[in-house]
Design a protein around this ligand. Structure first.
Ligand code: FPP
Length: 269
């Protein structure tokens, strides 16, 4: 019995390897076609990692890696939109990122604000709605106002929703949610025994957004880094060694194609 199970597993993993090799050999256009021929994950979330390493490997200052990272973000928004992803969440700045050197933080803030503002015409053209999740009140007011203009300007767009996680921390999001629910309990609008998963979900920054189907992390790190902790309970993971500036549309489609070949069991069999 053991031997039989072992051999079935070996056959399965050989088949998976052959599939992976076949997908690895496809170009961006072929992968896009393949991805479009099957149900596309509605929500893709990405931990963009490796800008600093990309720059350091080339002897550039870290900010050069972030500038290159902006180009990748632009490519990925276009690529995700092209295959019909409905929600794309990018982890742009975490609550932990404030511990980086002051000049890197301030250059990043300016870069993110300028990028978002300069993308407004393309977001409008593509009918993409920009939203921000995170504690925006902790962001310098000029940056906050600049980004809010684009959030307001794209509010009525009905195409893909692009979520920028900005000054975002998963535990902070849960704390904020618990505080909101505690106020409802205090005011007699919610019974403690009646608190459900739905109540927690509606109290999160992502209240009206479905949980991510696929979470991608670049640069090979095997961690979640405090990202969407509640929402990723059943999310499929894809970790690539590519540094974020080297990631592209083909790499996104490769991840989605892999996702499409998986069976999601949501804790069942
Ligand atoms: C990741 O690399 C860098 C970030 C998450 C910072 C901000 C992201 C960008 C500027 C990309 C563009 C994004 C948007 C939304 C326009 P890292 O600095 O953590 O790299 P390291 O781990 O190699 O140091």
């Amino acid at each position: 019995m053991r031997w039989r199970r072992g051999s079935t597993k070996a056959a399965e993993s050989e088949r998976d390897e052959r599939t992976a090799e076949r997908l690895d050999a496809l170009g961006e256009r072929e992968l896009a076609e393949l991805v479009r021929s099957q149900p596309v994950p509605a929500h893709v979330a990405i931990i963009m990692d490796g800008n600093g390493r990309w720059a350091t490997q080339r002897g550039y200052p870290r900010i050069a890696g972030h500038r290159e990272g902006v180009k990748t973000a632009r490519k990925i928004v276009r690529a995700a939109d092209a295959v019909g992803v409905r929600y794309l969440t990018l982890y742009a700045f975490s609550t932990e990122n404030w511990t980086r050197p002051e000049d890197e933080v301030s250059m990043l803030m300016t870069l993110l604000e300028h990028t978002v503002q300069s993308e407004l015409p393309e977001l409008m053209e593509r009918n993409v709605r920009l939203r921000v999740i995170g504690r925006t009140d902790g962001v310098p007011s000029g940056v906050r106002r600049g980004i809010a203009k684009v959030v307001d300007g794209t509010r009525a767009n009905t195409g893909m929703q692009l979520m920028m996680a900005f000054n975002y921390g998963g535990r902070d999001e849960l704390l904020d949610a618990f505080r909101r629910l505690a106020v409802e309990v205090r005011d007699g609008r919610l019974e403690p025994e009646a608190i459900s998963e739905k109540d927690v979900s509606r109290a999160l920054y992502t209240a009206d957004i479905p949980d991510p189907d696929l979470l991608i992390r670049t640069s090979g790190e095997m961690r979640l880094s405090n990202f969407l902790l509640w929402q990723i309970a059943y999310t499929e993971l894809w970790i690539t060694r590519d540094l974020w500036p080297d990631f592209d549309g083909r790499a996104l489609y490769r991840a989605i194609a892999d996702f499409q070949g998986r069976t999601r069991r949501f804790g069942g069999v």
